[in-house]
Design a protein around this ligand. Structure first.
Ligand code: CU
Length: 185
């Protein structure tokens, strides 16, 4: 290979490295997960809602997230009295996870607690469901109030693996809302 060809190749590699660096910086800033509209479906006439709850969807918070959200930054709203189905799937290739509806509390528990709504919990609350395992929790959304959807595997919920669940006396239809904590993006 001639000297000029080597120099050209070195310039090409340096240019590629610069592009990769810029892309890396961009993805580090793009941590805010967008809400995927397919996560929520509902039947207003039947007063039923279905939410796909995905544990460890992204690498955010060491994969201790639901649908790419941690620390309450996503809220699932359901009108009071609606039949609610939460379809849990563990997308995390490493850690087991579970989910349950609990009352808001400070500090957050480090182990599973009694669910705040009857039947609103997955199998294997403390051990967690393994990668790609699924479970469906079905319950009536009542009473109205603010709740958390919390991972019961010891330490996960307290480390931020929780989102919000609101049983609303005023909402007409279910919704997913971005609810970033003050001081967080
Ligand atoms: Cu977990």
């Amino acid at each position: 290979m001639s000297g000029s060809r080597i120099a050209r190749r070195i310039r090409t590699v340096a240019a590629l490295a610069a592009v990769v660096t810029v892309l890396g910086a961009t993805s580090a800033h793009a941590q805010q997960q967008a809400i995927d509209p397919t996560w929520l479906s509902f039947d207003a006439a039947a007063r039923s809602a279905r939410f796909q709850l995905i544990a460890g969807l992204t690498g955010l918070n060491g994969a201790l997230n639901f649908n790419g959200f941690s620390d309450g930054s996503l809220t699932f709203v359901v009108p009071v009295g609606w039949q609610t189905e939460i379809d849990f799937r563990n997308h995390d290739g490493m850690l087991p996870h579970s989910a349950e509806v609990i009352a808001p509390q400070t500090p957050l528990p480090i182990q599973p607690v009694a669910p705040a709504i009857p039947r609103a919990f997955t199998l294997r609350l403390a051990e967690g469901l393994i990668s790609e395992a699924t479970d469906t929790m079905g319950f009536t959304a009542q009473p109205a109030g603010d709740y958390l959807i919390f991972c019961g595997v010891p330490g996960h919920g307290a480390a931020g693996m929780w989102i919000r669940f609101q049983v609303s006396a005023s909402a007409k239809v279910p919704a997913l809302l971005l609810t970033p904590a003050p001081g967080k993006r």
